[in-house]
Design a protein around this ligand. Structure first.
Ligand code: UD1
Ligand code: CA
Length: 491
C-alpha cells in the first residue's frame, strides 16, 4: 500500500482467524499454512490493505500467539482481537466490532482461510453495497460442488433470504449450488444489533455470522449479493486438498502475471513462483523451477530445468541448471550446475562457474573464477580467475571449529586437492594433483605434497600369474620390446 493513498474512513476490515482448522489435521493453525511463500492470512491481509481501510482487525484464539505474531509481522498496523470461549464466526465478528465503538461506516468481513479473492472484486462488492444502501451485501459463487460451504437461499423472486450451513441444510437446500464465500460487507449499526441477537441453535452449537443475513432480511432491511464471476477465486481452504488447489491457482496467477511482464515460462504447470519473488523481463524459466521467497532474477538469466532458488539473487544473463540454492548471489553471466548444491552465504562473481556435483557454503568465488567439478567449497574466499581442479575439497572443520581457506587471484590447482583450513594460497600459485595443502603456499609457488611415483616393473606377472591382467600385461610388454634392445622410456 502506498503511503500517499488516503484511507477510506468509512471502511473497517475484520479478518476471521480464530478457528482451529480441524479439517487440516495439523499442529500448525490453518491460517498459517502457506501458499505462494506466505501464510494464508498474509494473503488476506495484503488484500485488505489494498482497499486502504482506516482499520484492520484480526480475530484470533486458537494458537493465538503464533497467529498474532504472524499477523503483526505481515502488517504491524493491524489490531489483534481475542475471541473468547464462545464459538462461531458470529461471535468472532462481535468481539471485533466491540473494538469499533462509535464507528458507523461499513464493516468488510474477510475469512483468514479464503486467500485468493482479489481487491478488485472486493472493491466491486463495496461499491454495490454502498450504491444500494444495503444493510449487508455478501459475496457468493455458483459452484459445481457446493460441498462444505453454506448455501445461499433465495425466495421466489430470487431475493436473498438467508444462508444455511451444510450441516443444517435439508436435502433441497443442500442441492443449491450458490454458496456463501464467507465475505460480506455490513453497515455497522444493523450488524451490531443482529450480532447481539444470535443464538447457537444449530448443528454445530455455534453463533453463526451467516444467521445475521436472515435476521436482517426478516427485519426487511436490504440484503444483497454479488456473485463472483470466477468461483475459484473464493475457494475456502479447509483441508489439505483445498490448500493445494489454492496454491496451484495462486501460482497460475503469478506465473501469468510474469509472463505478461516479459518472462518466458515454458511450463507453467511445473514452475512455482512465490508471491514475494521478483523477475525481470527476458528471464527464461525452464520446467521444474521454483523461485521462492525474496529471490530476484535479472534480465537475460535462464533458470532450470529443475532448479530451486530460495532467497537468491541471480545476475543478468546468468544460467542455473539442475541446482538447489539458498541465500546465494550469482553474478552476471555466471554459470551454476548442473547438479549443484548452493548453501547460504555463497557469492559467485561475474562470469564465474560453480559446476557439476559441487557443494558450496559461506564461500566467495571471485570474478571469472571456476569450481567446475566434484568439489566442496566451504568457509572459503577465492580471488579472481581462479580455477580449482576437479575434486577440490576445503577441509574446513577440524572436529571443533570451522576454519577458512583463502585462495588468491589467478590460482590454478591440480585435481583432487584437499585444502586443510586455516590455509592461504598466494596469488598466482599452483598445486599439483592430489596435493593435501596443510601449509600456506606463497604467491607464485608450486605446492606438491604427493611423493614421487615409483613403478615396480613386472609386478603383475610376478605376483598375479595366470590372471587376465598378467596375460595382457605380458603381451603388451613383449609388443613394446624393440628389436635392437633399446627400451622405451617410461612415460
Ligand atoms: C464459513 C461459513 C460458510 C461459508 C464458508 C466459506 C459460517 C457459519 N459459515 O464456513 O457459510 O460458505 O465459511 O468459506 O460462517 N473463525 C473464527 N472464530 C470461530 C470460528 C471460525 O474466527 O469461532 C474463522 C476461521 O478461522 C476461518 C473463518 O472464520 O478463518 C471461517 O471459519 P470456518 O470454520 O472455516 O467456517 P466454514 O465451515 O468454512
Ligand atoms: Ca472455511
Amino acid at each position: 500500500m502506498s503511503q500517499t493513498q488516503t484511507l477510506d474512513g468509512q471502511l473497517a476490515v475484520v479478518i476471521l482467524a480464530a478457528g482451529q482448522g480441524t479439517r487440516m489435521k495439523s499442529s500448525l493453525p490453518k491460517v498459517l499454512h502457506g501458499i505462494g511463500g506466505r501464510p494464508l492470512v498474509g494473503h488476506v491481509l495484503d488484500t485488505a490493505r489494498a482497499l486502504s481501510p482506516h482499520r484492520i482487525l484480526v480475530v484470533v484464539r486458537h494458537e493465538r500467539d503464533r497467529v498474532a505474531d504472524a499477523v503483526r509481522d505481515a502488517a504491524p498496523e493491524v489490531t489483534v482481537v481475542d475471541q473468547d470461549e464462545i464459538p462461531g464466526t458470529g461471535r468472532a465478528v462481535e468481539v471485533a466490532v466491540e473494538q469499533l465503538a462509535g464507528f458507523e461506516g461499513d464493516v468488510l468481513v474477510l475469512s483468514g482461510d479464503v486467500p485468493l479473492v482479489e481487491p478488485a472484486l472486493l472493491a466491486e462488492l463495496l461499491a454495490v453495497h454502498r450504491a444500494s444502501a444495503a444493510a449487508a451485501t455478501l459475496l457468493s459463487a455458483v459452484v459445481g460442488d457446493p460441498n462444505g460451504y453454506g448455501r445461499v437461499i433465495r425466495d421466489d423472486q430470487g431475493l436473498l433470504e438467508r444462508i444455511v450451513e451444510q450441516k443444517d441444510a435439508s436435502a433441497d437446500e443442500a442441492a443449491v449450488q450458490e454458496i456463501n464465500a464467507g465475505i460480506y460487507v455490513f453497515a455497522a449499526a444493523p450488524l451490531r444489533e443482529r450480532l447481539a441477537r444470535l443464538d447457537a441453535a444449530n448443528a454445530q452449537g455455534e453463533r453463526y455470522l451467516t444467521d445475521v443475513v436472515g435476521l436482517l432480511r426478516r427485519d426487511r432491511l436490504t440484503v444483497g449479493a454479488v456473485v463472483a464471476p470466477d468461483a475459484e477465486d473464493v475457494l475456502g481452504v479447509n483441508d489439505r486438498v483445498q490448500l493445494s488447489e489454492a496454491a496451484r491457482r495462486l501460482n497460475a496467477r503469478i506465473v501469468r502475471r510474469w509472463q505478461l511482464d516479459g518472462v518466458t515460462v515454458l511450463d507453467p504447470a511445473t514452475t512455482w513462483i512465490d508471491a514475494t519473488a521478483t523477475l525481470a523481463p527476458d528471464v527464461t524459466l525452464l520446467p521444474g523451477t521454483h523461485i521462492l521467497r525474496a529471490t530476484t532474477v535479472a534480465s537475460g538469466a535462464t533458470i532450470g530445468p529443475d532448479v530451486t532458488l530460495t532467497d537468491c539473487e541471480v545476475g543478468e544473463d546468468a544460467t542455473v541448471t539442475h541446482a538447489v540454492a539458498t541465500l546465494a548471489v550469482f553474478g552476471p553471466r555466471s554459470n551454476v550446475g548442473p547438479y549443484a548444491s548452493i548453501r547460504p552465504g555463497t557469492y559467485l562473481g561475474e562470469g564465474g562457474k560453480i559446476g557439476t556435483f559441487v557443494e558450496t557454503k559461506n564461500a566467495t568465488i571471485g570474478e571469472g573464477s571456476k569450481v567446475p567439478h566434484l568439489s566442496y567449497v566451504g568457509d572459503a574466499v577465492l580471488g579472481r580467475h581462479v580455477n580449482l581442479g576437479a575434486g577440490a575439497i576445503t577441509a574446513n572443520y577440524d572436529d571443533l571449529a570451522k576454519h577458512r581457506t583463502e585462495i588468491g587471484d589467478e590460482v590454478h590447482t591440480g585435481s583432487h586437492n584437499v585444502f586443510v583450513a586455516p590455509v592461504r594460497i598466494g596469488d598466482g600459485a599452483k598445486t599439483g594433483a592430489g596435493a593435501i595443502v596443510r601449509k600456506d603456499v606463497p604467491a607464485g609457488a608450486l605446492a606438491l605434497s604427493v611423493a614421487p611415483q615409483r613403478n615396480v616393473e613386472g609386478w603383475v606377472e610376478k605376483n598375479r600369474p595366470g590372471t587376465g591382467a598378467a596375460s595382457v600385461a605380458a603381451r603388451a610388454r613383449s609388443a613394446q620390446e624393440v628389436p635392437d634392445g633399446i627400451e622405451e622410456q617410461n612415460g
